[in-house]
Design a protein around this ligand. Structure first.
Ligand code: PTJ
Length: 249
């Protein structure tokens, strides 16, 4: 890795970029994943690089939905494994939920590498390799998933999803929780619950909520999920960003 002086004002962000570019050289992250990361950085800048109140509430609702689920699955791709693979394993264990690798740019080689990477960090069972089911309406490889994993899930957490797959999963009747820093993306607008936060903060914060809510009455958790208005939250995020920008100039 390139030497980055700790005194650099953007030290953390530069370290994350180094991590992503190394993960690309290792074959975990697809090269276009770096572009997606840059877009994420830009939106993170706009919200102030911290978990905003609307995201914290969405993380609470996401935790409630995951705790109420019969068959929850966390679907991960290259960027997510590179940035927060360990956090995803920890969250999956705490719910408990299944972990599945689903790729936009799917090759056997990347599937193997990503599954191995998660296993190296302690994941016991990672699905996705079989690809014995297909999400209806998605002809491309990104429609492939495991019958016992994403295909049969009732609630799917998809950090960094693409809009088409998010819609297709919803068409299957699933509750989709997306983590996406871009509140304008199709994914953000399509998901049942959108967390407008960086996966590097969001996944561990969802787990904090899981721990806090674990013993709450299931009916109350279901009420929290039922009363969630995703469109209203997205409007609040957009006015938060406008006000923040106006206050800076
Ligand atoms: O590993 P693969 O083959 O599945 O490919 C993954 C990528 C990311 C390349 C693929 O899913 C893709 O092209 O994604 P998009 O459509 O560019 O969407 C990425 C979205 O994630 C954008 O809306 C970004 O703003 C957002 N994003 C990027 N980094 C983060 C993020 N959201 C939360 N946290 C981040 N760190």
């Amino acid at each position: 890795m390139e030497e980055i002086p700790k005194s650099h004002p953007r030290y953390l962000s530069l370290m994350v970029r180094e991590k992503m570019s190394q993960a690309m050289r290792d074959g975990l992250v697809h090269e276009t994943g770096l572009i997606a990361h840059g877009r994420g950085e830009a939106f993170d800048y706009l919200i102030g690089e911290e978990t905003i109140p609307m995201a914290d509430v969405a993380e609470k609702v996401a935790a409630s939905a995951l705790l109420c689920a019969e068959n929850p699955v966390i679907s991960v791709n290259g960027n997510v494994v590179a940035l927060v693979g360990e956090d995803c394993i920890s969250l999956a264990n705490s719910i408990p939920a299944k972990l599945e690798v689903n790729l936009f740019h799917r090759t056997d080689r990347r599937m193997d590498k990503l599954i191995k990477e998660l296993e190296k960090h302690g994941a016991e069972k990672v699905s996705g390799k079989k690809g014995d089911a297909r999400i209806p309406g998605l002809n491309h490889d990104r429609g492939l998933c495991d019958k016992e994993g994403v295909f049969s899930a009732d609630v799917v957490l998809v950090p960094l999803e693409d809009g088409d797959r998010c819609q297709a999963l919803k068409n299957m009747g699933k509750k989709v929780i997306a983590i996406d820093l871009n509140p304008l993306s199709r994914t953000a607008r399509t998901a049942s619950i959108t967390v407008v936060d960086n996966v590097m903060r969001a996944v561990s914060n969802i787990e904090n909520w899981v721990r806090r809510l674990r013993n709450m009455d299931k009916k109350r958790l279901e009420d929290v999920v039922q009363s969630w208005d995703n469109d209203e939250m997205l409007e609040d995020v957009s006015s938060f960003i406008s006000k923040r920008l106006n206050s800076l100039f």
